[in-house]
Design a protein around this ligand. Structure first.
Ligand code: 5U1
Length: 679
């Protein structure tokens, strides 16, 4: 008869195992973390009081032992198999035909073979042995016959049960699976390594392998490792399901983690559909996979098929194109992006990676080059994942046989020769000549023309790209030299659109100061910053000539933005484009002018106005903006304090009320007249 304390301990352990399974295996916690911690602390307290009741399968005993001097060897009672690979549809088809051949006596040729289709995780294969539900040991695959005893390390993985759930498991159960590091954990681990100045792991697989083969389980415990089980080894004292899929479902019920993406498929076509589906998902999955494993689903057929050498005939790995390969850096060039970012690019010996031949890979920025210590002549690991730009991940360890010079950043933009700007604390160097630099022209002009900048109606992104590609414009100033004839000759551009665009360009020539400053596309100078600058300096010349000290005095402008502004106006090329804009007829309306002309002499200055009904040409919002600019207050309801009711069609109750109160009613034409006659 167990004592009260023993029962309490048993009950707490059972609860903790269950909740740990919900959390780490099913990813579906059903109690808050704080509640789990409370149960854990209760168990810990009881075990501290009664150390004689501590068992190795207790949830408190995951990280127990002291560091090992070396790993012991464990002989696998049943060998750990490897898989044959196929890399193409044809090879898969050939595999399928071989199966049909060998199974001719079991299934008719008209019958398609059932498989499980499983993601092939990029990690480290392990075998876990459970006896009477308790984890006895965990071993790496090693050479397939003998592996290393990594029990102390595997015990630290929260998704690995130290004791199986329920009691329906076989007496002896060996499960095989893959230990891996989820992508998010890998990123977090490398972030810490970067912060500590430690060496980073090249990829999640290396990180998983390095973490599992730590002699100090305390280190492994801090690494975000996971496990997915995919098959069994020795099974004694109990039976399992008669299909691969059924076995995996059973493992789940024992509390073992199994990948949720595993599916049953029939015939080659469904195998391929699954492969394509997972290939498309690959980058979005939370873990790295390097292919799909198809396994004949019926265990009876698996037994019939047997093995060749160390691989089963009933399974095959259909590999994705490798995402990492080795190449050599032949040269480093610098590219100017559409926003001026200068990116070092490695020119490589061509290499087939991620399904394409790659001869250029990004090196990101100079900080990355220094951190990875990359030099021209190095043999490097190149990665191309999905549609992401290929990148140089690391120098191949031990491959540099002679000293090589460091890569240096350029001083001048390779496209426009403007001095390259590198703000302290920012990793990316930039060419600040937005409107002048050929590489940035189209982006800069799109921004210049955009609604919140110069608001050039009819000048969309496509048209800007077309005008730049046809070399009809080189800078924003060239927009103002375009003619109706030139524009009308463009594909998909009629005479009417051309005329409208010329009119819109004409209309844009009198921007208010803040819009003009925003339109220049100075780095990190958005609408609000531009408005603050306009309010603080009141003239374009004053902004242009402002020094760093006066700029950081302006509301919301910090050191980085101030430096961007100073650098921008230091560039002769930028000043040249601005001059060209003025020469083209741009005339900035200064804040005082705008407000004074619109307000001081306005018939609406200080008046309260209500707008109602549908106006003939303006939207109510447009009318409101005009009235606000003229110094009016626009309110929603008519009262004795209302000075005017601006009424359009279908004015309704507000009109009736205004008439009743004797509030003067004006229409849109009268409002526009009053606005213009005041100037
Ligand atoms: N998903 C999965 N990965 N994987 C790897 N299944 C699977 N099966 C394997 C291996 C080495 O071997 C089987 C033959 C058990």
């Amino acid at each position: 008869m167990p004592s009260k304390v023993e029962s309490q301990i048993d009950s707490l352990r059972e609860k903790l195992r269950y909740h740990s399974y919900q959390y780490y295996v099913l990813d579906d916690p059903d109690i808050p973390d704080a509640e789990y911690d409370r149960l854990y602390q209760q168990l810990l307290a009881l075990e501290t009081e009664h150390p004689e009741l501590i068992t190795t399968d207790s949830p408190t005993q995951r990280v127990g032992s002291t560091p090992l001097a070396a790993f012991d060897q464990i002989k696998h009672q049943m060998p750990m198999l490897s898989l044959d690979n196929v890399f193409s549809e044809e090879d898969l088809q050939a595999f399928y035909l071989r199966l049909q051949d060998r199974l001719a006596a079991e299934i008719s040729s008209a019958e398609d073979i059932d498989f499980t289709a499983e993601p092939k995780l990029d990690g480290l294969a392990v075998s876990l042995r459970y006896e009477n539900g308790e984890l006895i040991y965990a071993a790496t695959r090693g050479d397939g016959s003998t592996g290393e005893n990594v029990t102390q390390n595997v015990r630290t993985l929260h998704s690995v049960p130290l004791r199986l759930l329920g009691n329906a498991f076989p007496q002896v159960l060996e499960v095989r699976g893959e230990v891996f590091m989820p992508k998010a954990g890998f990123e977090a681990l490398n972030k810490i390594a970067r912060a500590n100045g430690d060496k980073e792991f090249v990829n999640p697989r290396n990180a998983a392998a390095g973490s599992l083969r730590q002699l100090d389980p305390g280190i492994t415990a801090k690494r975000p490792l996971s496990l997915y089980c995919y098959s069994t080894g020795i099974v004694e004292g109990g039976t399992l399901a008669d299909t691969q899929y059924g076995v995996l479902q059973q493992l789940k019920t024992f509390g073992l983690p199994v990948c949720a993406e595993i599916k049953c498929v029939t015939g080659v076509a469904e195998c391929l559909a699954y492969y394509q589906h997972m290939a498309a998902q690959r980058d979005a999955l939370p873990y790295d996979i390097d292919g799909i494993v198809y396994k004949v689903n019926k265990i009876k057929l698996q037994k019939k098929l047997g093995f060749v050498a160390r691989a089963p005939r009933w399974a095959i790995a259909h590999k994705f194109p490798a995402q990492e390969e080795v190449s050599k850096i032949l040269e480093v060039d610098f590219q100017v992006g559409r926003t001026g970012a200068i990116t070092p690019v490695a020119r490589l010996e061509p290499v087939f990676v991620g399904g394409v031949t790659v001869s250029n890979a990004t090196l990101h920025n100079m900080d990355e080059i220094r951190r990875k210590d990359i030099r021209v002549g190095d043999r490097v690991i190149v990665r191309r994942a999905g549609d992401v730009i290929p990148e140089v991940v690391a120098v191949l360890p031990g491959s540099r046989t002679m000293p090589l010079p460091e890569i240096q950043m350029l001083e001048k933009c390779p496209v426009c020769q403007s001095a390259i700007e590198q703000i302290a604390g920012e990793a990316v160097a930039r060419c600040p000549a937005g409107l002048f630099c050929r590489a940035q022209r189209a982006e800069a002009i799109k921004h210049f023309a955009s609604r919140k900048a110069m608001d050039i109606d009819g000048l969309g992104d496509k048209l800007v790209e077309q005008l730049v590609a046809e070399k009809l414009i080189h800078t924003a100033a060239d927009l103002y030299s375009l003619t109706i004839e030139t524009l009308a000759a463009l594909p998909r551009m009629g005479e009417k659109s051309a005329k409208n665009l010329i009119a819109a360009l004409q209309k844009s020539k009198n921007p208010v100061l803040s819009r003009f400053v925003y339109a220049l596309g100075i780095r990190e100078v958005g609408e609000t910053t531009a408005l603050n600058l306009a309010n603080a300096f009141a003239s374009f010349e004053a902004i242009r000539d402002a020094d760093y000290d006066s700029l950081i005095e302006v509301q919301d402008i910090g050191p980085v933005v101030a430096q961007h502004i100073v650098n921008y106006f230091r560039q002769p090329n930028n000043l040249q484009v601005i001059q060209q804009l003025f020469d083209a007829g741009i005339k900035i309306q200064l804040p005082q002018q705008t407000q004074q002309s619109a307000m001081a002499s306005s018939a609406f200055l200080g008046k309260t106005i209500v707008i109602t009904g549908t106006l003939p040409t303006l939207s109510r919002e447009e009318a409101k903006q005009k009235l606000l600019a003229a110094g009016a207050k626009v309110t929603g309801s008519v009262s004795a304090k209302t000075d005017y009711l601006l009424a359009g069609d279908k004015a309704g109750s507000k009109l009736a009320k205004a008439e009743k109160l004797g509030v003067p009613v004006i229409d849109e034409a009268a409002m526009l007249r009053m606005l213009t006659s005041a100037d």
